[in-house]
Write a protein that binds this ligand. Structure first.
Ligand SMILES: Nc1nc2c(c(=O)[nH]1)N[C@H]1C(S)=C(S)[C@@H](COP(=O)(O)O)O[C@H]1N2
Ligand SMILES: [Mo]
Length: 524
């Protein structure tokens, strides 16, 4: 007997057939789970980046156009990665369910769907940094095992009416047993893969044993009042847990200090490779520096301020003898992100450092353990390379870094910005005295003035907290005599070079958002 589409529609109406449809869909989803679980487990032997799920995710991130990145950051903020994983999972579950439903012993359409998904995985895996053909193996083996599981489960799920012979029909209990076994095996393989992947790196232990260097050149103490201490306002120092995280890494690189080295080459007199011992033999300094992301929208929170310990970059430049015509430091991370930093900025006296500690802790893995760059005054995408392992001195007319290739500016000085933190948007507000507070930044130029206005009225000068240094943000407060009704507050900053924050609203791409932060309140 041949199954026709018509038969199947007819069949789907009976509860029994509907159950079989569900069993088939389930079989497909479990088979896909087996593909991913086996892939994850085998990736341990090769490289965590060869796992099909992560490879597809990472390659998707790398291939996304700039507008997609902006959309993802705007919509999901720091949850952009979980959002991608959830999206991928939903898509895989749907395709896998279809694969289970259409698979037939003599018409393996479902197997073909898994194979096609496998091709996507193979492509993505072989696109990862330093990938060789071996990176395809976890996906290929996973797909072969997954197809076998799909065929066994779907034939077990087959209704007698569907089958060529009555005896192909297995009791429902057998199907459930097989399905449960396959699902458990997939989950176990996946979990073991993840666990072993992390253990193999040994990075957790390495970070735990890390001794934060003790600088003699310490950061100045933070004077009383630098932190305005207004509830709801951004604290002056951002904790490591609260610090924003932006990067292209779906799997956070887990380097150890033993793995780490920095190869310095290109337009230099003397090439140099710094390993960990050579780095920590240098003299560390401690500084408080505010980082900002170019993707930050007006009023957004992609900025953070931390106390960093690290090694001055300028000294290393002098040591290797950077050629006079080299104007770009192209830094590369272990996961092949690149940033192009103007050499001029690295030697103009500001505290650009190779940081190894953040707020008294070894760098969190997400923030670049064991070594990252921190450069006051430049957006992160052109300066703050995490997991940095390679420095090439080159020229802006010869090389392009990661985000510049994707439409962002080659150079990324931070724009003068200010933000209202309290009252919260649409917070219920009583008439009378209301404390308005926020923060402002113009790293390496410094904040001269912050002004607030109500309903487009006269600009009023806000009270500034003491300046820590020109490399940190500066908090402000302003007392508002609020009257009943709907009101709009607006803030603007002026930096110490005399630049007033730009009024015109422009998006983050290509060189950082401009515009005055505005907030509305109903006072009653
Ligand atoms: N390796 C690597 N470093 C990176 C990035 C990245 O994608 N990969 N993103 C940069 C960007 S865009 C910013 S804003 C800062 C953010 O640093 P944080 O995550 O520690 O806040 O890291 C920079 N360094
Ligand atoms: Mo960024």
């Amino acid at each position: 007997m041949t199954t026709t589409i018509g038969d199947r529609h007819e069949a789907a109406r009976t509860p029994r057939r509907r159950r079989h449809l569900f069993s088939r869909a389930l079989a497909g989803v479990i088979a896909a789970g087996v593909v991913l679980g086996v892939g994850e487990l085998l990736s341990v032997l090769i490289d965590p980046n060869s796992s099909p799920f992560y490879a597809v995710g990472s390659t998707t991130v790398d291939r996304s156009p700039a507008f997609a990145r902006e959309f993802a950051i705007d919509t999901f903020g720091t949850n952009d990665k979980p959002a991608l994983f959830v999206g991928m999972t939903i898509l895989i579950v749907l395709l896998a369910a279809v694969a289970g439903i259409v698979e037939r012993p003599r018409a393996p359409f479902g197997s073909a769907i898994l194979a096609a998904l496998g091709l996507v995985g193979v492509y993505a895996a072989t696109q990862r940094p330093s990938a060789t053909w071996v990176y395809a193996l976890p996906t290929v083996v996973g797909v072969v095992v997954g197809i076998a599981v799909l065929r066994v489960l779907t034939s077990a799920a087959q209704a007698p009416e569907d089958s060529d012979a009555e005896d192909a029909w297995l009791p429902r209990r057998t199907f459930l047993l097989l399905a449960a076994a396959a699902a458990a095996a997939a989950a176990a393989a996946g979990a073991a893969g993840r666990y072993l992947g992390q253990q193999a790196a040994g990075a957790l232990d390495n970070r735990r044993a890390f001794a934060v260097p003790e600088p003699t050149d310490k950061a100045a103490p933070i004077a009383a009042g630098t932190d305005i201490g207004v509830p709801g306002a951004t604290p002056f120092v951002t904790s490591n847990e609260e610090f924003y995280r932006i990067d292209t890494a779906l799997r956070v690189p887990r380097l150890t200090t033993d793995d780490w080295q920095l190869r310095i080459h290109g337009m230099v007199d003397r090439e140099l490779t710094l390993n960990w011992d050579a780095l920590v033999a240098r003299t560390p300094i401690e500084r408080v520096i505010t980082l900002t992301c170019v993707s930050n929208e007006v009023g957004g929170n992609l900025a953070g301020n931390a106390t960093w310990i690290g090694y001055p970059i300028k000294d290393i430049l002098d040591e290797v003898g950077v050629h006079l015509d080299a104007d770009m430091l192209l830094s590369t991370s272990s996961d092949d992100f690149t940033a192009g930093t103007p050499v001029e900025v690295l030697r103009d006296g500001r505290d650009a450092i190779l940081a190894v500690a953040m707020n008294g802790q070894p760098l969190p893995f997400e923030h670049g353990y064991p070594v990252r760059q921190v450069v006051p005054g430049l957006y992160g995408y052109v300066s703050a390379t995490k997991w940095v392992v390679d420095w090439e001195f080159t020229r802006f007319d010869k090389a392009e870094a990661y985000w510049t290739k994707r439409g962002w500016s080659a150079e990324g000085p931070i724009k003068t910005a200010s933000r209202i933190d309290v009252p919260a948007p649409f917070a219920p507000t009583l008439p009378g005295s209301v404390l308005v507070a926020g923060t402002a930044w113009a790293q390496h130029r410094g904040i001269e003035k912050v002004e607030v206005r109500v309903d487009n009225g006269e600009w009023q000068t806000a009270t500034l907290a003491p300046e820590y240094t020109v490399d940190t943000w500066r908090q402000w407060t302003w007392e508002w005599q609020a009257t009943s009704g709907l009101h709009t507050l607006q803030v603007r900053a002026t930096d110490l070079d005399g630049n007033i924050q730009v009024e015109e609203r422009t998006p983050p791409i290509p060189g950082g958002a401009t515009g005055w932060h505005t907030r509305s309140f109903t006072v009653s």
